[in-house]
Ligand binder design. Structure first.
Ligand SMILES: [Zn+2]
Length: 342
């Protein structure tokens, strides 16, 4: 990136009400068949336009074509039965009814590649595409086949690599893997979590990112955060090994969070997408508040490696709030840019 402090969002953006019920995750589609396909593309263009208008530098699809950042990808794979549901505990936090792995998992055809091509056709700006990470994928399933979290993660890593290579060929500049599970299962992260992530990025020439957050601003996550105490040191567990990994960019939650900023020092050398927008509140940050977070981060990350971003996805927020937050992100980044180039 030639732009200093290039802005981006961590993930999803709100969907228009004509596509799906707003301010909700796993929101059902409002249309079906060809109408749905058309509506998803229209929504992708609206989302792109809103990012461009807000001055976002690295744009995305706003995840307009997927219902959920993990399940939509899994729905396209063989070996997972969505009828056979079991209740499991997600990230040790809340119970959810999830599909079952019933056989060998595989990807018969690309999942998001057509969507990525569509986005590529409509913008010359750098684009970032999000995929779920292997560890977060296995945490959203009941596994009655491999009966090993690690084995299943390696299988998913292989599949993710196939998808990632095709996304790269479609013109995606940054492929991001969402791994909120990295903040929960520390032993697994260090034993095989980061290794499976590296398998997923094998052979890629585009940039790669991992997004590790404290989740959407939904009740189960907010309740969990209350149990974490005044200092959130979870990142400390994965960072030393991530610093040694081949991942280019680490996307983090920093705004209104209890994460001590100095933990970023542990990934010195990596590019850091610093979350400077809180997605768990409707209060829109002032540009000055965004700038303040970025200035703090600059103590631990070199300016040419700092990418201002949001804490997490904004799908559960209203479009109006998300729009305000995107504008604040750009304005805050511009304040610091001016200071750095003065
Ligand atoms: Zn997130």
């Amino acid at each position: 990136m030639k732009t200093l402090l290039p802005t981006s969002t961590a993930g999803s953006l709100p969907k228009p009400s004509w596509l799906a019920e707003p301010e909700k995750i796993w929101s059902p589609w409002a249309l079906a068949g060809d109408e749905l396909i058309q509506a998803k593309q229209d929504a992708l263009l609206v989302s792109l336009q809103e990012q461009v208008r807000a001055g976002v530098d690295i744009v995305s699809d706003g995840e307009q074509t997927r219902q959920h950042f993990v399940t939509t990808f899994i729905e396209h794979l063989d070996g997972v039965d969505f009828e056979q549901r079991k209740t499991v505990r997600i990230r040790n936090r809340y119970d959810a009814s999830v599909p079952s792995v019933v056989g060998s998992v595989s990807r018969q055809k690309p999942v998001f590649v057509d969507d990525a091509k569509f986005l590529r056709q409509h913008t010359d700006q750098p684009i970032k595409w999000a995929l779920p990470g292997p560890m977060t994928m296995i945490d959203t399933l009941y596994d009655g086949h491999y009966k090993s979290r690690e084995k299943l993660a390696w299988e998913f890593a292989k599949i993710l690599n196939q998808e990632a290579r095709e996304l790269e060929a479609a013109g995606v500049d940054i492929i991001q893997f969402d791994e909120p599970a990295f903040n929960v299962f520390f032993d697994d992260v260090n034993d095989w979590g980061i290794a499976t992530l590296e398998r997923a990025i094998e052979g890629l020439k585009c940039e790669t990112a991992v997004h590790i957050c404290y989740g959407y601003g939904i009740k189960a996550n907010n309740d969990w955060k209350k149990t974490l105490g005044s200092e959130w040191r979870q990142y400390e567990q994965a960072f030393p090994k991530l610093q040694q990994s081949k991942i280019d960019i680490v996307s983090l939650e920093c705004q209104n969070s209890h994460v001590p900023m100095d933990l970023i020092e542990l990934i010195r050398g990596k590019k850091v997408m610093v979350g400077a927008i809180d997605v768990a509140t409707n209060d829109i940050e002032t540009p000055e508040a965004v700038a303040d977070t970025l200035r703090k981060a600059l103590q631990f990350v070199d300016a040419d490696k700092l990418y201002p971003s949001t804490n997490c996805g904004m799908a559960p927020l209203s479009r109006q709030v998300a729009r305000g937050k995107l504008a604040a992100l750009s304005a805050g980044a511009e304040i610091v840019r001016q200071e750095l180039t003065r």
